[in-house]
Write a protein that binds this ligand. Structure first.
Ligand code: ZN
Length: 286
């Protein structure tokens, strides 16, 4: 599943080709990939609109279509957005732009989806209006209650300290909780905990002040480095041009169970924490 660095990489690939361009046509091959609206309604709402900006919030891509209307794409497991790609039998929705560029939403397992939502823009931040969404309009549940962006000032050391202090959940589960912090999944939670030398099954409230500080730095550093390397590819993730991410070679623990720890040489272990498999070093992480 793409996490923050992968979705951010897709956003950066797409933005220069889409921003300022007008949608001149769209074809819906799989109506079920549109959430809460019919293909007819979708076409009538998006055709003729210009894409004013391509944003990201957590693991969601947000296309600003003007007048506060946003097309929200949630890629989930196998969703991809492909610029000028060849026809694909798993294409669910395709778009044509006035520049001649095409954009395909491809989704093998059809777990992802496209939504049209009215949203609020405050500077760089895009969010759903507070209060209940309009009845009858599907809204991705995760977007309703999304925590701060980990690379923004709203995710501060104080915020993390306060969040850990008041919660008895395992620290790994807290990092994965999208309502606490947006965009972190299994890969980057494991990597950040390794860097901070914290076992994934420690209780958040038991972390020492210095450990919370180390974790704060580790979360931000690992996400920044992963964005720089254009994300991590294990199976499905590619950017908007079909290119794999380069962070896989940099992974210290994720996907390396049974291999040697890069820091101490010991064997990496794994455990289920909060229902997710976690890989960690039993010597380096305490
Ligand atoms: Zn180690």
């Amino acid at each position: 599943m793409p996490e923050l660095p992968e979705v951010e990489t897709i956003r950066r690939t797409l933005a220069p080709h889409l921003e300022g361009r007008t949608i001149t046509g769209t074809e819906v091959m799989t109506p079920a990939s549109l959430r809460g609206l019919s293909p007819e309604e979708f076409r009538s709402q998006v055709i003729g609109r210009a894409i004013e900006g391509v944003h990201r919030r957590g693991k969601y891509l947000l296309f600003n279509l003007g007048e506060r209307l946003f097309m929200v794409v949630h890629l989930r497991m196998t969703g991809r957005l492909v610029l000028d790609g060849p026809a694909d039998r798993h294409t669910r929705v395709s778009f044509r732009l006035d520049s001649g560029t095409s954009l395909q939403y491809v989704d093998v397992r059809r777990l992802g989806g496209i939504y049209l939502l009215k949203m609020v823009v405050r500077g760089e931040e895009v969010s759903l209006p507070s209060g209940r969404p309009r009845p009858g309009r599907a809204v991705p549940e995760g977007l309703l209650n999304l925590g701060p962006e980990p690379l923004s000032p709203s995710f501060s050391l104080d915020y993390l300290r306060e969040g850990c202090h008041s919660r008895r959940v395992r620290i790994k589960a807290l990092l994965l909780d999208q309502s606490f912090v947006a965009g972190i999944g299994n890969i980057y939670a494991d990597e950040a905990l390794f860097r901070a030398r914290i076992r994934p099954d420690r209780r958040a409230c038991d972390l020492q002040v210095t450990e919370v500080e180390a974790l704060f730095e580790a979360v931000r550093a690992v996400l920044r480095e992963a964005i720089e390397k254009r994300g991590t590819t294990f199976s499905d993730y590619v950017d908007g041009r079909g290119r794999a991410g380069g962070f896989r070679e940099e992974l210290a623990v994720y996907g390396r169970y049974g291999e040697a720890c890069r820091r101490c040489g010991g064997e990496l272990a794994r455990a289920k924490v909060g229902g997710r498999t976690s890989t960690y070093c039993p010597r380096c992480q305490v």
